[in-house]
Structure formats: structure tokens, C-alpha cells
Design a protein around this ligand. Structure first.
Ligand SMILES: Cc1ncc(C[n+]2csc(CCOP(=O)(O)OP(=O)(O)O)c2C)c(N)n1
Ligand SMILES: [Mg+2]
Length: 1140
């Protein structure tokens, strides 16, 4: 006979729907008669016991409310919980009148007319395969076939969830109470109550066992299990009220184990004493597991199984020996540095030496599960040890960092405990090649987290690793920083977002229970430093760092978890800090008690070696041999390092791009203009509905936008959005991946972009917007992918993420757009510590673009200023030095500067500057002020002509009106940048003075276009020079422009290339990045006298012309909040600029 699988499925679903009945069982055990929910609970219980009576079809069509009311309707009117319970149990409790004794019909209530079809289905299925039906049916049909009399064949289902291997007949656990032939409706109240209590105890251990786990090697944190008097009774801290439900006399009683525990192994019943012992072993020894807040039952069960299964933590001898060897190295490294460089800061790992074996275990395990690349971020603590013993960075490179040597190449460098590295090596345990990167980071704790995530995501993206099976991020944290820094929270919130997920990060906290001089009582309000991870349902494994084998176990589980569920997980290494914050600090000043304890503690290497010697896993001689061998390796490297005379920043690059620079002229950019056909094709697609337009309903307003775009195509013009789209589209055509990320970027804050079209028709199946069309992703069949993604409402994490993304592949245009420019200030750390200074500190390049809406539009103090002045202030070009003018002036400037700051006024210039990011033979961050009102300004449009092949980015846009015909008589030359240009030209036109005033736009502000500005000034020899800006005088570009225009006009100084790079103490020129990558283009030569600049090379040739400021006065606030004042200020600005 054929089984109808849908019946099986439906029954299962029905059963699952009633999972909450389990809760009812607990409620019954704990109930207070007369509560409001009593009726419901009673009903649930009825349905639980009689669930098979309900037709699955009926159940499947009912929502939760209906299920409840249905249940209520099944309950005899006026029945109280006590009554129902008494009725069900056949007991005498409760004052309500007892229900009638069970009859045959009452015992088998499902055998009624309305369920006959269903029963038949079940019976057919059972005949075919008894395992295909629920256990209760199986029992029923078995008993009935064996000739049981009516009323005796039915046994109530043991559980409403999936059948469990733990199922045992109740008769076996309560033999004194019932005989096998007796129905369980006759089980006593006590049996039920006690079982429910034991279930509660089990659950309590799972949820709260960590509260008494012996996690703290110092033992100052809490009353750990180890310190409690030995007893078989469960701890009240863990089981709370359940401790009253059982007493010593219950300890030897057998209890059936529920399916929610794995402590039984193959056993289905255990004495209570043994259950408690096993739970304490699993949850209250050296490991404290926090996971019961996770919403997924599957995930909770997975974790239970990983910690509860008897013997699961056992380790074989070989692994123990490996662990000892790794601990030996970790300890030996710190001890060696302490001896050799006793007065140097190194932020050693002493007190948490287990970190090294822990990381290696995570890496080994993950490698065996298929991971090939690890991207890591970490703070100062133990960093050198990790670099050496986890990444296998040559020891010589590390030791030379202590030697105070000169830099042998480009870059200002960084302190040794911030540097990154990239290593490829063979993982000896798995015999697989792996890549390991530690991302360089600033002192700012946790700031590197999102950068690591972005880099990881990019590696996954470019390797086609859509599930994160090959690339894994590991983030290390300090306890104080993990709980204190908001960026941790922001980063966690990226973890499950489709375009930002790295498919699970393994977090390891070096929880030394102190941050600098502040202990947890003063540094956080949460019970654990790891609580932040709970927001993403990440399991948290606290572990005593002095129990190395327990640590290895959680590392394995963490790696397996990440592999199985692709979700974040936290390992909290509870340890101590043997020294002060750094090796020179005195910790007794502030933590005398803690440090008194610490001084009495043996290092973990000694503890573990003693343990293994006692277990006869190693001998004392063998343990010593391992130590001596490593000591020799260290000594040899130390001797070799002594012969080094320079340190090289290039040894510390975390994201090498060697292939990118090969064969390129370092000072030659590719053209940025494109063929007209390309422009037309992209513009047409950008102006059209999806190809399957008939099935895809576009919003009416959007249809209008698309039609007006098509009109522009006919007129061969583009507006801002279209200029941007052509830049993106043409890069995509050339195989360049484009990624645009930020808040609401898909539509655009100002509703101008609309890169994702949404199908407007809703169906019942798609209650949420699901049908979307990404136009730019569908321009050419062989184009590169286009990613446009609305981000979480974070600037710090998202900008950090995009920076990390951009570091991975130089052949990608990665863009972060701020909702309004001023919001970049909450990402200030990324801007200051990474973007503006990253290349200098870590010789790491990035072409990341920041789009920052900027401009005073009368919208008030917020949303007006992207703080242009700050970016300009951090620009690394010298205001007093005029670089030599040459054919490659513009690109040399770009190469030398730390970033590019621009404010474009035409879509064509936007198009070119975006494409130039990729056309350059190197990568520089681009800080772009972007407009708001210009997005729709009728004049802020460009012709296709301005984007064709022979065109390029215009660093300045000179005056091209009547004033150019009359240059010698022009009275004033106004320089300006950004949208104020359009206000100035309109006012000038109105005043009829277009021939008297020339207006030149400075589009690229930094590096400053000295050459072109000087040309402009020379073109209008009689003109007064004015800088006009809409920002207040102490803001905007004025402070940057003023000294540079002065330098352009009044100073001439020939500066040789080497002036931009360090000259060492012997007068040798150090290498620039491009000399490093392109040595054949720069043959080494001894510096001549002429090429070594001196301070006296400046010569003043003229000081007759000065630049006047026209604009708003200084202000503390970026813009007024008053409309009238705004209008007045604009009027004043225009008058100051234009009045002759
Ligand atoms: C954002 C930031 N604020 C302050 C500091 C200064 N600081 C450096 S280490 C440290 C203590 C860090 O404690 P913890 O995170 O527990 O790491 P540990 O040093 O204990 O390993 C502080 C406050 C910093 N580096 N970064
Ligand atoms: Mg700490």
C-alpha cells in the first residue's frame, strides 16, 4: 500500500504546532489555581493528550488565536485546571467535582466519525511502515492488533515534538506505581510532578549553569562550583525554585530523560544524582555556555549535544602533546621578549598564553572543514605572539622592530603592536595551504572590526564563496573594549545582512578581567563582557583559560558552529593579566588584591605540563626538550636580526596587490572618456523599465522619471544621476566591480538615483517587496557585477566595512555614501585613523570613495555641511611649497597626496572623477562633496560631448563666457567651488556684468591645482581675486585655498621629487612606494647635491596680488536654522562677491 507522504507531513506539522503544549505541561506543574491563563492551559493539556483527535487539515488552516479558541471549545465548560488535571491523572486533587471515570470511548476519544478518514490514513501508513506514523499511532495499532480491548490500546503520545530516541515506557521509570498493562492515566501526581521538576532542573542547568561555572582562574569573580561544598543537590543559583521540588531522597530515583538533553548518551533513564552530575560536568566546570536565548531549537539542540554528550570533551594523547607544544611556544615567546627587551612595551600575553593554541585550534579545525583564508583583527594584547606563532611571521622581522632601526622604504610606519601582516603557509595539521592576514589597526580599540569584516566579505565575493566556506574572519577583543566600544555592536549588526554578512565570525575575547587600570565593576553594566553578542543570537562559550583542554573543546565547537550555521560565535577566554597594562606599568597601584592572587598563580604552561606528566602523556624530560628547542629557535632568530640595519614597512602589508602594479607606468593614468555608443546604451537602459515590463509594474512617479531620463538621452545630456550611472555602467562594462553602499543608497536620499526598481503589485505570496530590478546590473551580458545596497543605520561600521572591502581588490570601485555629509562625523575614527593616514602608516592603498552630500540649502545647522574643512585640514600637501610644473604635474600630485578632495559642479566631471579612481595607476581615497539641489538643477547638466573619448576630468572649470573675450579688462576673477557657482552666475547675469567678472570653479580642491589656478590668474592680469564660498569663513575651503593661492601667485620654488620623501641620516633618499614596486623605472643613484632640497630654495617673485574672501562670517554653527537669516546671508554673499 502506498503512503501518502503529505499525511505524514501534515501530522508532523500538526504536532509541531502544538509544541507550546510542552509549556503547558510545565505550567501545570507550577500552576497557581485560578490564574487567568488556567483555562487555556487546561485546554492545551486536553489537546496535548488528545491531539491525534484533531484533523491535521483543521489544524493547518488555523492560526494561533484560532488554535487557542478551538482548544477552549474542546474543554468541558467550567472546567478548571485542577479539575482537568485530576481528570487526566485520575487523582483526587482539587475541589472541583471529579470528572466521570474513563470509559472505553473516553480513553480512545479519537475514534469518532469525524476522524475516521484520518485514522484510516494512519492505519494504511502504519501497515506499510510502522515508523512512518507517530509513535502514539504505532503503539495504538500494535496494541489493537495484539487484541487489546477497547480503551486499552491507546497510550498517550510521549511528546508532541519529533519522535525521540529517549522514549521509554513510563512503566519502566515508575514501576512501583504502575504496571505495564496499566494506562498512564493512572500515574500518580507525584511521578508527573517530579518528572516535570527534573525537566525544569535540566533546563535550568542549560540556561543558568554558567552562573556557577568555575571560569575564573583568579576565583574572584563569583562563587564557582568548585568552591561549593560537595553535594548532590543542585545549586539554588542555577535551579532556583526547582530546588524545593526534589530532595536527597530523590537522588537515587530513576528519571526518564527528556529529548531536550543529551546527558544520557545511550541511556534513556538515569538516577537524578547522575543527571545532576552530568549537567554540572557539562555546564558548570571550566566551561560556561550561554545559548538558551537562541531562538532556533535546532541550534540549541546542536549546542546541547556538543557539551552534554558523555565523554565529548575527552582528548587523545597526541592532541594533548600538540597542545603542550603550542603552549610552550606561546609562553616561551613572551618570556624571551621579556628577557631581551625588558624595558620595551609589547603588551604581552602572560596570563592568557592559551590564546595561541586556541587560535591555532580554530584555524586547524576550520581548515579541515574547508576554510582556506583567515582574515583577522586584533588589539595590542599578545599581537606579536600571534604574528609569530599563529601567522608564522619571521621572528627576525619582529625582533628588528625592537631595534630602533631606520625605515628602508616608504611610509611613516607604526608601532609594532599595530602592524598587520599577510602570510601564506602550510597548515601542518591538515596539510593544506592557507592564507592568514592580520589587518593593521590603529590604537582605537575595536575600530578594526568592521574593516576586517569588509575585507573578509570582499575575499568571499571575489572568490565566489557565497556561503563563506572558504574565507573566515576571526576577531579578537579585550574584555573592556568588547563591552565598552559601540562599534562592536554596530559590527555585530552587519553580521546577518545579505550584502554585509561574512557568514559567521569567530570572536575570541582575551578576558583578563581588567582594562588598563579599571576592573569590570567600573567598566560595564552587563553581567558579562560578551553580552553584546546576544543581540545576534550568537552562542557564547565562557571558558577558564587555565584549563587548556576545555579551551580546545570550545574552539572546536566554535569552528563547527560557524561551519554548520554560518553565524557568529564568541569564545570568552577568562584569564588574567600577569603584568601591568604594559610591561612597564605597576598594577599594584590600583589592583592590589587581584595582583596578590596573580603572583601566587603558576603559569598555565607549568600547570598543564604537570598534568600531562602525571597522566603519563609526556615525561618531564620531553616537556623540557620542547621548551629548549623553541628557545634555540628564538635565540638563532635574535642573532640573525642583529645583523639587520633597516626595517621595511613592506614586510607588514596586510593586503598585498603585487599583480596590480606590475607593468604599469606609475605616473600614467588611462583615459576616462568613453565612446558615445556606450553612453547612449547605458543611458537608454537607465531610462527604461525592465525588459519584462509587462509583468513588472513600476510606480507611476518612477515612470515619469524614466520618461524624463529618456528625453535627456534624446537631447544627448545627462543629469547628476545619469552621469553617475554612466560612470558606473562604463566601469562595469570594463569588468570593474562597482559597489555602492550606505543608508538608502538604492533609491538615493534625495530620490534621484533609483537603481533598484520595485514591482508595485503585491500578491498574497509576497507581502514584502520582493520583486526588484537592478538596472545597472543588467546592462551587458558579460559585465562585472554591480552591488548597490542599503546599509544598516551606521556610519562607523559601514564606512569601516567598505574600507575593508576596498582593500582587497584594486580593480573595484567601492563607494560609501553618507545620508547627509555631516553624518560622516560618527565615522570619524575610520576617516582619521584609516583613510587619511592608512597609506602613510601601513603603505596600504585604497581607492575608496566617500560621497558626502554638502551645501547650505536653508535646511538648518544639520545636513548642510559635510565638514569640508576637516578633510582639507588633514590633506598632506604643503601649503607653502609650489611643486615643479611638468607634464605629469597633476598625476604626480595625486600620487604624493594622502587623499583627493573634490566638489564637482557638473555630471560630466562627476563621471570623470569616478572613472579616474580606476584609471589611476595607484589608489587614493576620494572625498567627494556631492550636491543636493544640483541633482535637479536645470543647468547642472552635461552634454554627452563632455564624456567622450577625448575628454577628461577638469580640475578647474575656467570661465567660458563673455569675460574671456575681454580678459584684459576683467575687473574680478572669482574662484569658487560647488553649488554656489550657480548662484553666482545667476546673480551675475541678472546684474549684467558677465563681461566684467570671470568665475572659475575649483573642482578638485586637493591636491590643489596650482598650475591651472596660476594660469587663470595670469589670464586676467587686472582682475581682483576673490574666493567666494557659501560656508562660513571658519569652514569650507577658505583656510585651505588662501595660503595655496598665495603660494601659486607669489612663490616659486623648484622642488625635486625627493623632497616628498624622507632623507635618512646619511643623506640617502628612502624609497617611495612606486620606486619599490617599479624599481626598473627608477635606477638607484646617489643623491646629488642638487637633488637634496634645502630650506632656502624658496624665492619670492611677486607679492602684489592678494585673494579677498567673500562669504559668510565666522560661526560656531555650520548653518542658520532660520530661513530668513539664510536668505539674507545668501544675498549678502552674492553682493560681497559681485558688487563692483
Ligand atoms: C577607543 C580607545 N579608547 C581608549 C584606548 C586606551 N586604551 C588602550 S588599552 C586600554 C584598555 C583595554 O582593555 P581591554 O579591552 O580589556 O584589553 P586588555 O588591555 O586588558 O587586553 C585602553 C583604555 C584605546 N586604545 N582605544
Ligand atoms: Mg582586559
Amino acid at each position: 500500500m502506498k503512503i501518502d507522504v503529505s499525511v505524514k507531513k501534515k501530522l508532523y506539522l500538526a504536532v509541531v504546532r502544538f509544541r507550546h503544549v510542552l509549556a503547558a505541561r510545565t505550567a501545570v506543574a507550577n500552576h497557581t489555581p485560578g490564574t487567568a491563563t488556567e483555562q487555556c492551559v487546561a485546554s492545551l493539556l486536553v489537546v496535548w493528550l488528545c491531539s491525534v483527535q484533531v484533523r491535521p487539515q483543521t489544524l493547518l488552516t488555523m492560526n494561533r488565536a484560532r488554535v487557542l479558541s478551538y482548544m477552549l471549545s474542546q474543554t468541558p465548560p467550567g472546567t478548571s485546571l485542577v479539575t482537568v488535571r485530576a481528570w487526566l491523572l485520575g487523582g483526587k486533587r482539587g475541589k472541583a467535582s471529579a470528572p466521570p471515570p474513563p470509559t472505553a470511548l473516553a480513553a480512545e476519544p479519537f475514534l469518532n466519525g469525524s476522524s475516521s478518514n484520518y485514522v484510516e490514513e494512519m492505519y494504511s501508513a502504519w501497515l506499510h511502515d510502522p515508523r512512518s506514523v507517530h509513535q502514539s499511532w504505532d503503539t495504538f495499532f500494535r496494541n489493537a492488533s495484539a487484541g487489546a480491548r477497547p480503551g486499552e490500546a491507546y497510550t498517550s503520545p510521549p511528546s508532541l515534538a519529533e519522535p525521540t530516541p529517549h522514549h521509554v515506557p513510563l512503566s519502566s521509570i515508575a514501576p512501583a506505581v504502575i504496571s505495564p498493562a496499566v494506562s498512564e492515566t493512572q500515574i500518580t501526581d507525584k511521578v508527573i510532578d517530579d518528572h516535570l521538576a527534573v525537566q525544569g532542573i535540566i533546563r535550568a542547568y542549560q540556561a543558568r549553569g554558567h552562573l556557577i561555572a568555575a571560569l575564573d582562574p583568579l576565583g574572584i569573580d563569583r562563587e564557582a562550583l568548585a568552591e561549593r561544598p560537595p553535594t548532590t543537590m543542585p545549586s539554588k543559583i542555577v535551579v532556583r525554585n526547582y530546588s524545593n521540588a526534589v530532595d536527597e531522597s530523590d537522588m537515587e530515583r530513576l528519571f526518564k530523560l527528556p529529548m531536550s538533553t543529551f546527558v544520557g548518551g545511550k541511556e534513556t533513564t538515569l538516577p537524578l544524582k547522575e543527571i545532576i552530575k552530568r549537567l554540572e560536568d557539562a555546564y558548570c566546570r571550566s566551561i560556561g555556555v550561554e545559548f538558551m536565548f537562541i531562538n532556533s531549537l535546532e541550534q540549541c539542540n546542536w549546542i546541547r549535544q556538543k557539551f552534554e554528550t558523555p565523554g565529548i570533551m575527552a582528548m587523545n594523547q597526541q592532541d594533548k602533546r600538540l597542545l603542550l607544544a603550542r603552549l610552550t611556544r606561546s609562553h616561551g615567546f613572551e618570556a624571551f621578549l621579556a628577557r631581551k627587551f625588558s624595558s620595551e612595551k609589547r603588551f604581552g600575553l602572560e596570563g592568557c598564553e592559551i590564546l595561541i593554541p586556541a587560535m591555532k585550534q580554530v584555524i586547524d579545525r576550520s581548515t579541515s572543514l574547508g576554510v582556506e583564508s583567515f582574515v583577522m583583527g586584533m588589539p595590542h594584547r599578545g599581537r606579536l605572539n600571534v604574528l609569530s606563532n599563529v601567522c608564522r611571521k619571521p621572528l627576525e622581522h619582529i625582533f628588528t622592530q625592537f631595534a630602533g632601526l631606520d625605515a628602508g622604504d616608504e611610509g611613516s610606519g607604526d608601532v609594532k603592536y599595530h602592524l598587520g601582516t599577510y602570510q601564506e603557509r602550510l597548515n601542518r595539521v591538515t596539510n593544506k595551504n592557507i592564507r592568514l592576514a592580520i589587518v593593521a589597526n590603529p590604537s582605537h580599540l575595536e575600530a578594526v572590526d568592521p574593516v576586517v569584516q569588509g575585507k573578509t566579505r570582499a575575499e568571499q565575493f571575489y572568490h565566489g564563496d557565497s556561503e563563506g566556506n572558504k574565507v573566515l574572519s576571526i576577531l579578537l577583543h579585550g574584555d573592556a573594549a568588547f563591552s565598552g566600544q559601540g562599534i562592536v555592536y554596530e559590527t555585530f549588526h552587519l553580521s546577518e545582512l545579505p550584502e554585509y554578512t561574512t557568514h559567521g565570525t569567530i570572536h575570541i575575547v582575551v578576558n583578563n578581567q581588567i582594562g588598563f587600570t579599571t576592573d569590570p565593576r567600573m567598566s560595564r553594566s552587563s553581567p558579562y563582557c560578551t553580552d553584546v553578542a546576544r543581540v545576534v543570537n550568537a552562542p557564547i562559550f565562557h571558558v577558564n583559560a587555565d584549563d587548556p583542554e576545555a579551551v580546545m573543546h570550545v574552539c572546536n565547537v566554535a569552528a563547527d558552529w560557524r561551519h554548520t550555521f554560518h553565524k557568529d560565535v564568541v569564545i570568552d577566554l577568562v584569564c588574567y593579566r600577569r603584568n601591568g597594562h604594559n610591561e612597564i606599568d605597576e598594577p599594584m597601584f590600583t589592583q592590589p588584591l587581584m595582583y596578590n592572587r596573580i603572583r601566587k598563580l603558576k603559569p598555565v604552561i607549568d600547570l598543564y605540563a604537570e598534568k600531562l606528566i602525571k597522566e603519563e602523556v609526556v615525561t618531564a624530560v620531553e616537556a623540557k626538550e620542547v621548551r629548549d628547542k623553541y628557545e634555540k629557535i628564538l635565540e638563532d632568530a635574535f642573532t640573525a636580526a642583529k645583523s639587520e640595519t633597516r626595517v621595511f614597512n613592506k614586510h607588514w602589508i596586510d593586503s598585498p596587490w603585487s599583480g596590480f602594479f606590475e607593468g604599469k607606468d606609475p605616473l600614467k593614468a588611462s583615459p576616462t572618456g568613453v565612446h558615445e555608443d556606450t553612453i547612449t546604451h547605458i543611458c537608454k537602459r537607465f531610462s527604461s523599465a525592465p525588459p519584462n515590463a509587462s509583468d513588472f509594474q513600476i510606480h507611476r512617479g518612477l515612470q515619469r522619471i524614466l520618461s524624463s531620463r529618456m528625453e535627456m538621452v534624446k537631447a544627448r545630456t545627462v543629469d547628476w544621476a545619469m552621469g553617475e550611472a554612466v560612470a558606473f555602467g562604463s566601469l562595469l562594462k570594463e569588468g570593474i566591480h562597482v559597489r555602492l553602499s550606505g543608508q538608502d543608497v538604492e533609491r538615493g536620499t534625495f530620490s534621484h538615483r533609483h537603481h533598484i526598481l520595485h514591482h508595485q503589485k503585491m500578491t498574497n505570496d509576497t507581502p514584502v517587496d520582493k520583486s526588484q530590478y537592478n538596472t545597472l546590473a543588467n546592462l551587458y551580458p558579460d559585465q562585472a557585477p554591480y552591488t548597490v545596497c542599503n546599509s544598516s543605520l551606521s556610519e562607523y561600521a559601514v564606512l569601516g566595512f567598505e574600507l575593508g572591502f576596498s582593500m582587497t581588490n584594486p580593480n573595484a570601485l567601492v563607494i560609501w555614501e553618507a545620508q547627509f555629509g555631516d553624518f560622516n562625523n560618527t565615522a570619524q575614527c575610520v576617516i582619521d585613523q584609516f583613510i587619511s593616514s592608512g597609506q602613510s602608516k601601513w603603505i596600504r592603498q585604497t581607492g575608496l570613495v566617500l560621497l558626502l552630500p554638502h551645501g547650505l540649502e536653508g535646511m538648518g545647522p544639520e545636513h548642510s555641511s559635510a565638514r569640508l574643512e576637516r578633510f582639507l585640514q588633514m590633506t598632506s600637501d604643503d601649503p607653502d611649497v609650489l611643486p615643479a610644473f611638468s607634464n605629469d604635474f597633476a598625476i604626480r600630485q595625486l600620487s604624493d597626496i594622502n587623499w583627493i578632495v573634490a566638489n564637482c559642479t557638473t555630471p560630466a566631471n562627476l563621471f570623470h572623477i569616478l572613472r579616474r579612481q580606476i584609471a589611476l595607476p595607484f589608489r587614493k581615497p576620494l572625498i567627494l562633496m556631492t550636491p543636493k539641489s544640483l541633482l535637479r538643477h536645470p543647468e547642472a547638466k552635461s552634454s554627452f560631448d563632455a564624456m567622450l573619448e577625448d575628454t577628461e576630468f577638469q580640475r578647474i572649470i575656467p570661465e567660458d563666457g563673455p569675460a574671456t573675450q575681454n580678459a584684459a579688462n576683467v575687473k574680478r576673477l572669482i574662484f569658487c567651488s560647488g553649488k554656489v557657482y550657480y548662484e553666482l552666475t545667476a546673480a551675475r547675469k541678472e546684474a549684467g556684468i558677465e563681461d566684467k567678472i570671470a568665475i572659475t570653479r575649483v573642482e578638485q580642491i586637493a591636491p590643489f591645482p596650482y598650475d591651472l589656478i596660476k594660469q587663470e590668474c595670469d589670464r586676467y592680469p587686472e582682475a581682483e581675486l576673490v574666493w567666494s564660498q557659501e560656508e562660513h569663513k571658519n569652514m569650507g575651503a577658505w583656510s585651505y585655498i588662501q595660503p595655496r593661492i598665495a603660494t601659486a601667485l607669489n612663490h616659486e620654488r623648484h622642488i625635486s621629487k625627493c623632497d616628498k620623501f624622507a632623507i635618512d641620516s646619511e643623506g640617502h633618499e628612502s624609497q617611495s612606494w612606486y620606486e619599490y614596486w617599479f624599481p626598473w623605472l627608477f635606477p638607484t643613484s646617489s643623491p646629488t647635491e642638487a637633488s637634496i632640497p634645502t630650506k632656502n630654495q624658496t624665492s619670492i617673485v611677486s607679492d602684489t596680488r592678494v585673494l579677498r574672501y567673500a562669504g559668510r562670517a565666522v560661526s560656531a554653527s555650520p548653518a542658520t536654522g532660520n530661513k530668513m537669516t539664510h536668505t539674507r546671508e545668501v544675498k549678502q554673499l552674492l553682493e560681497d562677491s559681485l558688487a563692483l
